[in-house]
Design a binder for this molecule. Structure first.
Ligand code: ASP
Length: 313
């Protein structure tokens, strides 16, 4: 029995210049703290890492500030298509759903898939049918849409630029000025079990039917008690091509690195292999928290070994 628990959450990586203004940053940091405190209560009471990451991810999905659930970004047709993945480090059971547009909390649908055992990944109409079978209520039309996302999408359409979340689009020939979103949670509970969850609306103005890294096990989300729990954010194609979440786990499992060293090598690997941009959070098997990014910001927060709540941009 491990006496302490650890928890990390994130609200996306990117070029969030406006968050240099403390007034603009405050709602994001407040939301992080609120979610971490709810996760703390659950874990301190002996709750499982899997329940904690599902709960924290669902709370972030319900917050329109973030690109997941309500307030998600829009695709090229002006529609919401949500992706989410969740994994249990004790059993390596996992669930991923893609192209979701009727369920308020895609991470809960992914959890239902995990509990069922197979398939691991479900998309579109099949996912919709699975949700109905499991008793998930369909949200009303327009539930996910916020005025901010509509304006962001219109700007992206004018610029003919598909791109990551946060802020209006602007030319970014050198990769600077990228804007990312997505939310994620990773935890280790008092029994030493790890879990990870990631949920997203994907990229602004993305191609209809495009699936990013977030629901793909080993790309945007991964957990194994032998190594770590990881949740990624950034340009999904970069994380898919490098299987980045599993690469982080391998760095710990096969090279014996701790969370901080794996984070450093992982972000270098992402840049070196595919000039990838983004960030991630991870907790290793000993409950050590780490994060890395190669974007100016990564909205994230953590509680290490049951200690103080910390939040950073
Ligand atoms: N990784 C997500 C995707 O490509 C987007 C993000 O993290 O902002 O769908």
């Amino acid at each position: 029995m491990h006496p302490s628990y650890s928890l990390m959450i994130h609200g996306g990586a990117g070029d969030l210049d406006r968050l240099a203004d403390p007034q603009q940053a405050a709602p994001y940091l407040d939301s992080m703290r609120r979610v971490l405190e709810q996760g703390r209560q659950l874990l301190a009471a002996g709750g499982s890492a899997l329940d904690a990451v599902e709960h924290c991810a669902a709370l972030l999905e319900d917050d329109p500030l973030f690109n997941a659930g309500i307030g998600a970004v829009l695709d090229e047709d002006g529609r919401v298509e949500l992706d989410a993945g969740i994994m249990c480090g004790a059993s390596l059971r996992a669930g991923g759903v893609a192209g979701i547009d009727t369920v308020a909390n895609p991470v809960r649908l992914a959890r239902a898939l995990l509990e069922r055992g197979e398939p691991v990944l479900l998309s579109g109409a099949g996912a919709r049918r699975f949700a109905a079978c499991c008793g998930f209520e369909s949200v009303p039309d327009g539930y996910f849409l916020t005025p901010q996302r509509l304006a962001q999408w219109q700007a992206a359409r004018c610029a003919q630029q598909p791109g990551p979340d946060h802020d209006p689009p602007r030319p970014a020939p050198d990769g600077r000025g990228d804007r990312y979103g997505t939310i994620g949670a990773v935890a280790r509970d008092t029994r030493g079990n790890l879990a990870a969850a990631t949920s997203t609306g994907g990229m602004v103005n993305k191609r209809c039917g495009r699936v990013g890294d977030s629901p793909v096990i080993g790309a945007g989300v991964y957990a194994d008690n032998a190594s770590c729990a990881a949740s990624c954010t950034g340009v999904g194609e970069h994380f898919l091509r490098t299987a980045l979440a599993k690469t982080l786990a391998d760095l710990i499992d096969f090279k014996g690195l701790d969370a901080a060293a794996a984070a450093q090598q992982g972000i270098e690997y992402l840049a070196r292999k595919v000039a990838g941009r983004g960030g991630f959070i991870l907790i290793d098997h000993a409950g050590r928290c780490a994060s890395a990014r190669n974007t100016p910001q990564l909205i994230h927060g953590w509680i290490e070994h049951g200690g103080a709540t910390c939040c950073r941009l």
